[in-house]
Design a protein around this ligand. Structure first.
Ligand SMILES: C[S@@+](CC[C@H](N)C(=O)[O-])C[C@H]1O[C@@H](n2cnc3c(N)ncnc32)[C@H](O)[C@@H]1O
Length: 716
């Protein structure tokens, strides 16, 4: 389905209405483009006069600070469900052949889209009116979350668009729905507590608040319509409050309402959890489980020294999620029904940001300060954990591998606070399902570190390089090689293998802590880089069946091949390439266009620049560099995307490989053979080995078959 915006033809003071249309073959009946958008990269387009509306003007209108008008939300499409006769393939209604309903027409439920009608718009206006009427009373009762949204890392976005209070995250009708539920829950709370008693009553009220929370998540201006799946994506489908240009609203009353759905979801989750706990309850035979939940920062606890057997920690991942900033969204609502039940938890106006162990540049003033604060707070937590853990106790720390910086910060605070990392294993985690991490090879798993107290810290620092293979660097390399052998049967993907190897390196470093290279303290990053180098060597040996070694290849080819072995032709984070390049002592160099390969480097072209260049000079098409960058992602260029001239004057074995593939496409084996003879004299075998790797590691069928055919032709 598409939605068409119909203007009234006036270029000044015009109005619009909306119509829905059916999309067939990517177009509407009048050639409409369903992907047509009136906003692109924050810049708008006036639907009346087609002029651009600058991003700043849009924001000013959203904040009510523009002389040109104020932005309002408009209902433009209604998704509804209806039952209709089920038709057979000739277009006739199907009927039940037997049973109680024999003869009756079969029906099916279909979802359809329509523009809003008068009744819809009246209902909206009515909701707004009722909210206004109730506002003074509700405000006096303190039910409306009118708390200001504080300045923060993730809250900057709604503030920029004039959402200044937490209640501004909702349309009037959404807000009306949520406030009625809050009012009702508070009204029936005494009755619930009275009938069910303090403890059960409190639990029921809490779960009913969770129902309200579910509604808040799915019925706000922060939701999104996923047109591919035809579903509403919740507010926390992403870990931010970025502006949603279109959002969804739920029907909030009646038997099929959002509220009823939210309740069913909470009940479902509750029964699932209860089922898991059933065996424990049976064992306890009715008595309360011996569980104490403490709420507060892990940096200070009242637990006695050496009293804990196991610590299992899933800490914040650096700056990945700003939990406290985001959780204010629910906190301000929960306070309104739960404060009297849990006075300690809801004493504050908003959640505690000060003690939060995250890297938050808005809180800490800069990214560098944020990194320091994260490390400091994780350090305090690890130190407290060391105090309360028994000497033979164990601590596990879960960590999602994101960036080297994050790893560095976490592992350094672990080691500096008296811990040895004893093992590390990648584990599958829900993170791999998360929307912004999907399709990125790097986030396939979390890493599980297990740690023990370190009792001995060297009086004299160990040395990194050492003579005759005695240094810690050598031990790191051996441990990583050993690890790679152990991981082999696990068949880890190459990224996980790399991550698991970091753990081996950190283990050696932490056991030998502190380690000096000359006067310099060896950082965990350095140890991890050493691990990457070993893994890269291993990868190249593995994918080339020991035929090629990193040192046999030109540096640009060596790193391109290693990246190909790990990521294939898909995108991967820039950081991954950076760490790999450092480990191989090869620099990543951004090049605007053509360049001469000099020394230990690999060139990177900007993906967009390359495209622009293609339009400008027809003969100068394609990318010179083997690596392409788009924002924070990189990928290897495909042979057909490479610059023709560069492939005709190849500078590296990787260029020759691509040139060879392109000449094969041009004139089959004879042309490919001629290319090889001209450009690869003396190193034909290396190029054929590269081509075998290209074929063996290729995930795209057609490209693999092409390379296999080439190999067959060239070898025969
Ligand atoms: C990765 S999440 C844990 C998620 C949890 N395993 C789950 O499945 O819901 C990290 C948690 O650490 C909490 N946190 C942040 N700073 C903390 C601190 N100083 N002490 C204790 N917990 C903290 C965050 O609020 C967040 O809930």
């Amino acid at each position: 389905m598409g939605v068409r915006i119909v203007t009234d033809g006036r270029s000044q003071g015009g109005t619009v209405r909306f119509e829905t249309y059916r999309v067939k073959g990517n177009r509407g009946p009048n050639g409409e483009d369903p992907n047509f958008a009136t906003v692109n990269n924050g810049v708008g387009m006036c639907v009346h006069c087609r002029q651009a509306i600058p991003a700043d003007e849009i924001k000013a209108q959203a904040r009510g600070e523009s002389p040109h008008g104020r932005w309002t939300d408009r209902l433009y499409c209604v998704v509804a469900v209806r039952y209709q006769p089920k038709l057979d393939k000739n277009g006739n209604p199907q009927r039940y052949k037997s049973g109680e309903r024999a003869g009756e027409v079969k029906t099916e439920k279909v979802r359809f889209f329509r523009p809003p009608n008068e009744r819809d718009l009246q209902a909206l206006a009515e909701a707004e009116k009722r909210l206004q009427e109730k506002w003074p009373e509700w405000e006096q009762m303190g039910l409306i979350p009118t708390e200001s949204i504080p300045q923060g890392h993730k809250t900057a976005e709604p503030l920029r668009f004039g959402m200044n209070r937490w209640c501004d995250m909702f349309t009037p009708r959404q807000l009306l729905g949520h406030l009625i539920l809050v009012e009702e829950l508070n009204r029936i709370k005494p009755q619930i507590l009275n009938e069910l008693g303090e403890e059960r009553g409190r639990a029921v009220v809490t779960y009913l608040q969770f129902m309200i929370d579910k509604g808040l998540d799915y019925n706000s201006k922060q939701t999104r319509w996923h047109y591919g799946r035809s579903v509403l994506i919740n507010t926390f489908g992403r870990h931010d409050f970025s502006l949603k240009w279109t959002f969804g609203e739920m029907i909030f009353t009646g038997p099929n309402s959002g509220a009823a759905w939210a309740l069913s979801q909470v009940l479902d989750a509750y029964s699932g959890i209860a089922e898991l706990l059933k065996p424990l309850h049976e064992k306890l035979n009715g008595s309360a489980p011996p569980v104490t939940i403490l709420h507060g920062t892990a940096a200070h606890t009242d637990l006695p020294e050496k009293s804990v057997d196991l610590i299992c920690m899933d800490p914040p991942y650096y700056n990945n999620v700003q939990y406290a900033e985001l959780s204010d969204y629910f906190y301000v609502w929960q306070r309104r029904t739960l404060q009297d039940l849990y006075p300690d938890v809801y004493r504050r106006r908003l959640t505690n940001k000060t003690d939060e162990a995250v890297a938050n540049p808005a809180r800490d003033g800069s990214s560098a300060n944020a990194a320091r604060e994260y490390e400091r707070m994780m350090g305090e937590i690890f130190s407290e954990c060391r105090r309360v853990l028994k000497d033979d106790g164990i601590m596990t720390v879960m960590f999602t591998h994101k960036t080297q910086e994050a790893w560095e910060a976490l592992t350094r605070s672990l080691i500096e606070n008296g811990w040895t990392i004893t093992t590390s294993l990648p584990v599958e985690s829900e993170a791999s399902e998360s929307t912004h991490q999907k399709n990125m090879a790097s986030a396939a798993s979390s890493i599980f570190l297990s740690c023990r107290k370190r009792f001995k810290t060297n009086d004299v620092p160990a040395t990194w390089s050492g003579f005759g293979g005695t240094g810690v660097a050598q031990k790191v390399r051996e441990a990583v090689r050993e690890g790679l052998k152990e991981f082999a049967p696990l068949k880890l993907n190459p990224v996980d293998e790399m991550v698991a190897s970091y753990g081996r390196a950190l283990q050696v470093l932490s056991e030998n802590w502190p380690v000096l290279d000359g006067d310099e303290l060896v950082t965990p990053m350095r140890a991890m880089r050493e691990a990457s180098a070993v893994v890269a060597e291993y990868q190249v040996a593995r994918i080339t069946n020991n035929r090629l070694k990193v040192e046999d290849l030109n540096p640009e080819t060596a790193i391109a091949l290693t990246l190909y072995g790990i990521f294939g032709l898909s995108e991967f984070p820039y950081d991954e390439a950076l760490s790999l390049s450092r480990s191989l002592n090869i620099s990543l160099e951004a090049k605007p266009a053509g360049y001469t390969v000099k020394g230990r480097m690999i060139g990177i072209n900007n993906e967009n620049q390359g495209r622009r260049a293609r339009h400008q000079h027809a003969e100068e098409t394609g990318y010179h560099a083997p690596l392409l960058r788009k924002n924070s992602k990189l990928r290897l260029a495909r042979p057909e995307e490479r610059n023709k001239r560069r492939l005709e004057n190849p500078q590296t074995e990787w260029d020759i490989l691509h040139g060879l593939i392109m000449s094969y496409r041009e004139g089959d084996v004879p042309v490919a053979r001629a290319y090889l003879a001209q450009h690869a004299e003396g190193k034909e075998q290396v190029i054929l080995d590269l081509l075998s790797v290209w074929a063996a590691e290729m995930s795209e069928d057609t490209l693999r078959k092409e390379a296999e055919a080439m190999l067959f032709g060239l070898k025969s």
